[in-house]
Ligand binder design. Structure first.
Ligand SMILES: O=C(O)CCC(=O)C(=O)O
Ligand SMILES: [Fe+2]
Length: 378
């Protein structure tokens, strides 16, 4: 496996062998550092850009045009929206939305922006009732319980009257934050496509949420590493229940782009590797994924702020630095209306889909689609 960990880039000296786990790019060369984030945004290959100046120049032109278009925001403006990108690659704040009264045109623009920017944000939605929160989510997707289509009734005693609203309430006595990088419920065979998270009460400072770009995570792996990982599956699970296999390189069902679909919260092992090799490779991948700020954005909450994210193209981490303050979040979980697209897959060169497998599951996978979950709970 030594070749997988070979450094690349202009500073590489003959005979160099990195043993610190760095999986390419940033530490090797300043220009690699720049090109990786750029390549990911243009869906290009940073390694090719580094080797071929003409190709890099073409990508530079594309990115100038793309960023100028983002700055003009014409499509959004036509729908009465204005945009504030958090970073060039991930995260878009959308202003002018009222979730309770959004037009169809706005819903379409928001969906397109979500596909492009992986997570979008709204401000000033504190007036939104729980019914309106759910109704807005249903304009994009089916909605489920906390864990998607699975009932998980025993796991969350706090579901109350609105079982579709996951209440993530933290205070001095009950500190809680999802302070681990993850893509939601990846231990499920049908993980939810995304979430719509509304802040009912935000701490005066702290408790931001971070998001990281899973396309960038995949795009910027060394070619040998991509070749090694593509087509392989990893096991995901939680607390020795619910083990499933998912493709490590996941093809997004809407954009067709490839994303790195592993996370340190739920991924157990890469199938077909010795446990020690798998653990080493996973930890080296995580080291790169989570120490590269160019792949991330960070959202500062206020009361009434909303984040809507796509679990297929990004991961998130709730920063646990707000204790002893209150932080009350309410989440509606989005499920793909197209059930064929719910199960993660990888598309090979011939266009064929490859899915993982369910290994063990204690959860019933019987929650009906959409609003009928309400009947079960009430
Ligand atoms: O509290 C947050 O900011 C995010 C919590 C989380 O991980 C989730 O809702 O899926
Ligand atoms: Fe989460």
């Amino acid at each position: 496996m030594a070749d997988i960990f070979e450094p690349r880039g202009i500073n590489k000296r003959a005979g160099d062998h990195r043993i610190d786990g760095w999986v390419g790019g940033r530490a090797d060369t300043w220009s690699g550092h720049y090109l990786e984030a750029a390549a990911s945004r243009a869906q290009a290959d940073a390694y090719q850009m580094l080797a071929d100046n003409a190709h890099a120049a073409t990508i530079a032109t594309q990115l100038r045009d793309k960023d100028a278009a983002t700055a003009r925001h014409e499509q959004a403006a036509a729908a009465g929206l204005s945009l504030l990108p958090l970073t060039p690659g991930i995260g878009m704040e959308i202003h002018g939305v009222d979730m309770a009264n959004a037009t169809d045109g706005q819903v379409n623009v928001i969906w397109d922006l979500l596909m492009e920017h992986k997570v979008v944000f709204f401000r000033n939605q504190e007036h939104t009732s729980r019914e309106e929160h759910m109704a807005f989510a249903k304009r994009f997707a089916d909605i489920g319980l906390a864990y998607g289509r699975q009932q998980a009734l025993g796991a969350n005693p706090d579901l109350g009257k609105h079982p579709e609203i996951l209440k993530l309430y933290s205070d001095e006595a009950r500190p809680f934050a999802a302070a681990n990088w993850h893509s939601d419920v990846s231990w499920s065979d049908r993980p939810p496509l995304g979430s719509l998270l509304l802040s009912r009460k935000s701490p005066p400072v702290g408790g931001d949420t971070m998001f990281a770009d899973s396309y960038a995570h995949w795009n910027n792996l060394a070619p040998a590493l991509k070749e090694f990982l593509e087509g392989r599956v990893a096991t995901h699970g939680r607390a020795s229940r619910d083990e499933v296999e998912h493709p490590i390189c996941r093809t997004h069902p809407v954009t067709g782009r490839k994303a790195l679909y592993i996370n340190p919260t739920f991924t157990n092992a890469i199938v077909g590797m010795e446990p020690a090799d798998s653990a080493r490779l996973l930890s080296e991948l995580y080291a790169k994924m989570y120490s590269t700020p160019e792949y991330c954005c960070r959202f500062r909450w206020r009361d009434g702020s909303v984040a809507m994210w796509d679990n297929r193209s990004c991961q998130h981490y709730a920063v646990a630095d707000f204790w002893p303050h209150d932080r009350f979040m309410e989440r509606v979980t989005l499920l793909d209306r197209n059930e064929d697209n719910e199960v993660p897959f990888w598309i090979d060169l011939l266009g064929e889909r490859h899915y993982g497998r369910v290994l063990t599951s204690e959860e019933e996978i019987s929650t009906p689609i959409g609003g009928s979950t309400r009947t079960i709970m009430d």
